[in-house]
Design a binder for this molecule. Structure first.
Ligand code: PHE
Ligand code: FE
Length: 284
């Protein structure tokens, strides 16, 4: 076997997925012919349910780019998506057997290669799955890779990740990934919208994050965000809000070395913390 499987976060379960298929960089061929009719049907039903939920809740750039995924009645071939993605932003998607370790993950992103899990959840897991599968990765993450500014942010994140890894700050930076790329909200002219993949691929959290008066929403602040622990098995207690992808890109341009020192000095916060310096975002 070329690579070791990764054990993710607090999870004690062995990771799902066959890592014996992986190359040294953790990528593998998309085993398209191995999908069953039931697999394609699961994808079709997930796509149908989720796309119907988007109006008024999903970021406009996401809604605009979603059709670029192509077929919706079966699991797409990654090669076909790449024929559209490469000319759009220079990104490509690559298949992986499941979650991969921090360093190779950052390395792929730094080279504009987005890892997409190739297996799909079982029908029993239709509503909820902790680990990313092909539906989460494709539907949630890939549309915004067609947006030039967001695409540049994800590459910059990968480059910053390699540096953070060497500084021992990978875990701190992973919180920024979590609260932006996975669970980010954005203020648009029409109101608050979701752009994070974890929200956009979830049937329940999409409405909750954008509309629930019980959700805590604060303006994104790098130090506050990287201090904040997160939930991997429940709706987020706190969402961080941006005003534009340009703002996110510009905010992450500076050298993070002193920012990590500040984050460490201040210490971590529970997922549901409220602190005096927070700028709460109120619903329209
Ligand atoms: N600019 C940051 C640094 O120098 C890295 C970074 C980029 C972090 C983008 C997050 C997102 O460390
Ligand atoms: Fe994800």
């Amino acid at each position: 076997m070329a690579v070791e499987p990764v054990v993710y976060g607090a999870s004690e379960r062995p990771p799902r997925g066959d890592y014996s298929r992986a190359r040294d960089d953790y990528t593998c061929p998309q085993n398209w012919s191995a999908y069953t009719e039931a697999d394609h049907d699961t994808y079709r039903r997930l796509y149908e349910r989720q796309s119907a939920l988007l109006p008024g809740l999903a970021a406009q750039a996401f809604v605009d780019a979603l059709p670029a995924l192509g077929v919706r009645d079966r699991i797409p071939r990654f090669d076909e998506i790449n024929e559209r993605l490469r000319p759009a932003t220079g990104w490509e998607i690559v298949a992986v057997p499941g979650l991969i370790p921090e360093r190779p993950f950052f390395d792929l992103l730094a080279h504009r290669r987005f890892p997409v899990t190739d297996w799909i959840r079982t029908p029993q897991e239709f509503d909820y799955i902790v680990e990313p599968d092909v539906f989460h990765d494709l539907f949630g993450h890939v549309p915004l890779l067609f947006n030039p500014v967001f695409a540049d942010y994800v590459q910059r994140y990968g480059q910053g990740g390699l540096k953070a890894h060497d500084l021992g700050a990978g875990e701190l930076l992973s919180r920024l990934y979590w609260y932006t790329i996975e669970f980010g909200l954005i203020r648009e002219p029409q109101g608050l919208r979701a752009y994070g993949a974890g929200i956009l691929s979830s049937s329940g959290e999409l409405r909750h994050s954008v509309t629930s008066p019980r959700a805590r929403r604060i303006a994104l602040d790098l130090v506050r965000c990287m201090r904040t622990r997160y939930k991997i098995d429940d709706y987020q207690a706190t969402y961080f809000v941006i005003d534009s992808f340009e703002q996110l890109f510009d905010m992450t341009a500076p050298d993070f070395t002193p920012i990590y020192d500040t984050v460490r000095a201040l210490g971590e916060l529970p997922a549901d913390a409220s602190i005096a310096s927070d700028s709460p975002i109120t619903l329209g």
